[in-house]
Design a protein around this ligand. Sequence first.
Ligand SMILES: NC(=O)c1ccc[n+]([C@@H]2O[C@H](COP(=O)([O-])OP(=O)(O)OC[C@H]3O[C@@H](n4cnc5c(N)ncnc54)[C@H](O)[C@@H]3O)[C@@H](O)[C@H]2O)c1
Length: 358
Amino acid sequence: MLDLFVPIADETRISVPAGHRRPIAVAGAGAIVDVAHLPAYRSHDLPVRGIYDLDRGRAEEVAARHGVPRVYDSLDDLLKDEDVEVVDVAVVPHAQPGIARAALEAGKHVLCQKPLAPDLAEARRLAGLAEERDRRLAVNQQLRWDEGIAAARAMVRAGWIGTPTAMSFTVDVDTDWSGWSWLVRSERLEIMYHSIHYLDAVRSILGDPVRVFCAASRTPGQKEAGESRTMSTLLFEGGARAILHVNHENRTGDPRAEFRIDGDEGAIRGTLGLLYDYPHGRPDTLEVSSSAAPTDGWTAYPVTERWIPGAFAGPMAGLLRWIAEDEPSPTAARENLGTLGLVEALYESINSGEAQAL
Ligand SMILES: NC(=O)c1ccc[n+]([C@@H]2O[C@H](COP(=O)([O-])OP(=O)(O)OC[C@H]3O[C@@H](n4cnc5c(N)ncnc54)[C@H](O)[C@@H]3O)[C@@H](O)[C@H]2O)c1
């Protein structure tokens, strides 16, 4: 690696000091737990004590595949396990708030999936309950920890592109949602379950927008009830702009998933490897061209981790650090309300046809 990139790589590294490790139980044994959560936790030696799913056969199969020692009979059984300090919730979205509430009330710290709740009011209640109970509640909004995005953010923070002026995500893929019947039926699809990642990543770099506009559509013949193409525009105080154009009905076999950040002294551009062949994908690509740092035109940064499973260690590492050191996770529930609020504002814009102030 070029010496130039060493401090950037140091900032992207996810580490869990031994003193931060706490026993974890997982509620849900679906696709994402199998391909992302458990492999990520294993690679950081995080102790997963047990797993629970409504479908006990599925929980047993996933537990056996990943060497998880215990399968719980019920949620109650999981919550009564006094060895467990952290509950990682990864079930269908409508079941998440109830499980998170029960876990907080049982005295556990909790990691939830995105979206934290189906609506902002419920998410606020969960964040409030965690604070009331002095428990830590964070959201698995892991794109912030994806190596390409984390390195881009570190370069922006190091001043390599000067003052950021614009950020974009252009994603044009063919997504097969058929493995998630609940998603196929959902009236809210693209922003709520997919672009929510880009929105959170943009917030992690440019902060909160002050005004947003979104247009959305479906493609004739698509199977899903919700929107499959969205075009979102975000305006920031100080003049920066972000644009997200995301389509899941690419029927011409030429997928792309690109991002770019421009500043007055350079730019960063990359690709999200995961989306070229979900869920295996390939590592991201990342390049930077800067007049503030010694790059020679577009210079490639060597990304080695993948979004899945690599980035999935990040939210758990952030939660464990918060528990151990009282330093709030970057995706603490209270912070994540900003991302969910942005999601709500974009749907209001779609429905009203008007830009929304935040
Ligand atoms: N990159 C990401 O952040 C990412 C990617 C995929 C999925 N997700 C999220 O993860 C969650 C799970 O997704 P998935 O892909 O694993 O879905 P899935 O449909 O494959 O699995 C869901 C599992 O939850 C179980 N379940 C449902 N209700 C339950 C309950 N009340 N108690 C216990 N188990 C219950 C089901 O039996 C099933 O095994 C969703 O919220 C989804 O939005 C996040």
